[in-house]
Design a protein around this ligand. Structure first.
Ligand code: SAM
Length: 168
């Protein structure tokens, strides 16, 4: 009898990328036609921002990032960049964006699962009031919301690698 091969870091990385794209594409389709803006929390290299900018033509995408270091092709315009620590910029966004966002994507984590989970617990109550009713929130980490409802994963996404939440 052959032994089950163990899951490698490469497997986990690929699962995360495939899931991120599947969840984003699903959320973009489900929020199509909405007028509220889109928020990208954590620009990094800008890959997910680039994907969203290519797929979302009907809404502005505001990027929340503490230090922009993205690929030149994937750098948001200055007026769409909210520079600073999300612990400060998210509460301030409540006044600036009274309608809330139709779609929020968060990929703020690093390599430590424990630290990512602690950060997700802390930042969840700051994100929750910014999502418009009927809006969707996509995250690479499990979030800890009071009123948002976790959604079934779309086809192609891997359990535990991406999460989608709906504000009813
Ligand atoms: N999704 C991106 C991509 O496809 O290239 C990768 C995002 S990267 C994993 C995480 C980003 O979140 C980093 O650029 C980091 O600077 C940012 N970040 C982490 N904590 C933050 C905080 N407290 N405030 C603002 N930005 C933060």
């Amino acid at each position: 009898m052959s032994e089950q091969p163990s899951i490698t870091r490469l497997d986990l990385f690929i699962d995360r990328m495939v899931s991120q794209r599947a969840c984003l594409d699903d959320a973009i389709a489900r929020t199509k036609g909405r007028t509220e803006p889109v928020f990208e929390l954590g620009l990094g290299n800008g890959r997910t921002f680039h994907h969203m900018r290519e797929r979302i033509r009907d809404r502005d995408i505001y990027v929340f990032e503490r230090a922009v270091a993205s690929h030149p092709d994937s750098t948001p315009a200055e007026e769409l960049t909210v520079l600073g620590d999300v612990r400060e910029t998210l509460p301030a966004a409540l006044d600036r964006f009274p309608t809330g966002a139709s779609l929020i994507h968060a990929d703020l984590g690093g390599h430590s699962r424990e630290k990512n989970d602690a950060f997700a617990r802390m930042v969840s109550p700051l994100i929750e009031p910014l999502l418009a009713p009927g809006g969707l929130m996509v995250s690479s980490d499990r979030m800890y919301f009071t009123n948002l409802v976790e959604q079934p994963l779309p086809e192609g996404a891997v359990e535990g690698r991406c999460f989608t939440y709906l504000r009813i």
